[in-house]
Ligand binder design. Structure first.
Ligand SMILES: [Zn+2]
Length: 71
């Protein structure tokens, strides 16, 4: 784990690799059961693309700065 959420690398296209799902587009959470995560879903941050466009980054910034603060 060398990359933090804020240390995402930038692709040639100027898109950002998604740190939430490590570029897989699939977000896993919950406890592992027999080596498989109990919950799997499409990554919200990149919407399953594995990379975030500037639009995605902007939306996520808004989400983390605004919504995450309420919790
Ligand atoms: Zn993602």
């Amino acid at each position: 784990m060398s990359n933090s959420f804020n240390g995402n690398s930038i692709t040639k296209e100027g898109k950002e690799y998604c740190g939430k799902c490590n570029g897989t587009g699939t977000y896993k959470w919950g406890a592992s059961v027999n080596g498989k995560p109990s919950n799997v879903g499409t990554c919200y941050s990149c919407q399953g693309k594995g990379v975030m466009t500037k639009k995605d980054v902007k939306r996520n910034d808004y989400y983390w700065n605004y919504c995450a603060r309420i919790i």
